[in-house]
Design a protein around this ligand. Structure first.
Ligand code: PGA
Length: 255
């Protein structure tokens, strides 16, 4: 079973950017630019404060909503957190989990990623599970062992069926926000490694159906050659998703 089974997914991770009005303006522009584009799933991930307004703005469009994180309890005394039922309530379909910035600055571990993934799935939110090695890890030949740890730890205890609702995002940390994209060959090599791991840990069906996005300095100019790789099924885009035109161009260069 080849790539044709898998609809590519392009997700814009807006990180800590955009007020509510800026988020709505960006969304309105994007909606128009991608109207009628099919064969690719288009997702935006605003900050928590803009989710509700963006959710209203994308009704009746082909743009879907993601959150950038989620907590694993549904409610209670957890000051500052936002739960899966709340994200569902506001109209999210997806949630980004385990982004390298959360691992680096906010104490996210494979264990907390795993708890969040399980909670998201139990509320019908599709996790975008981020994995990726740092520069020192790549240079010391540890890329595969780090990726294996992230994947195995993050998806531990999940059934094959549950995995089918997940998206994996391979984001080499050295390529995030640096302008240094992985070459298409480097991306393909790790994506294939991840797919083989999913085959070993779960099943052939999971390996052939789960989408694996690439992330790290994706731009309109490099999107097409990355997306042309057989195991690259879309992109998680940071900087270039903050402008409607560049994000829409990445979407168009995918199909
Ligand atoms: P970037 O970020 O496109 O700005 O490199 C990607 C990401 O962190 O998801």
């Amino acid at each position: 079973m080849g790539r044709t089974m898998r609809t590519p997914i392009i997700a814009g991770n807006w990180k800590l950017n955009k007020t509510v009005s800026e988020a709505v303006a960006l969304t309105s522009e994007l909606k128009e630019l991608v109207e009628g584009t099919d064969g690719v799933e288009i997702v935006v991930a605003p900050t928590f404060t803009a989710l509700h307004a963006v959710s209203n703005s994308i009704k009746d469009s082909n743009v879907l909503l993601a959150a950038q994180d989620v907590y694993w309890e549904d409610s209670g005394a957890y000051t500052g957190e936002v739960s899966a039922p709340m994200l569902k309530d506001v109209g999210c379909d997806y949630v980004i989990i385990g982004h390298s910035e959360r691992r680096q600055y906010f104490g996210e571990t494979n264990e907390t990623v795993n708890q969040k993934v399980k909670t998201a799935l139990s509320h019908n939110l599709k996790p975008i599970v981020c994995v990726g090695e740092q520069l020192e890890e790549r240079e010391s030949g540890q890329t595969e062992s780090i990726i294996k740890d992230h994947i195995t730890g993050g998806t531990s205890g999940l059934t094959a069926d549950a995995l089918l609702s997940c998206v994996i995002a391979y984001e080499p940390v050295w390529a995030i926000g640096t302008g240094k994209t992985a070459t298409p060959e480097q991306a393909q090599e790790v994506h294939q490694f991840i797919r083989n791991l999913l085959r070993d840990n779960f099943s052939d069906e999971v390996a052939s159906q789960v989408r694996i996005q690439y992330g790290g300095s994706v731009k309109p100019e490099n999107a097409a050659e990355l997306m042309a790789q057989p195991d690259v099924d879309g992109a998680l885009v940071g900087g270039a998703s903050l402008q409607a035109e560049s994000f829409a161009q990445i979407v168009k260069n995918t199909i």
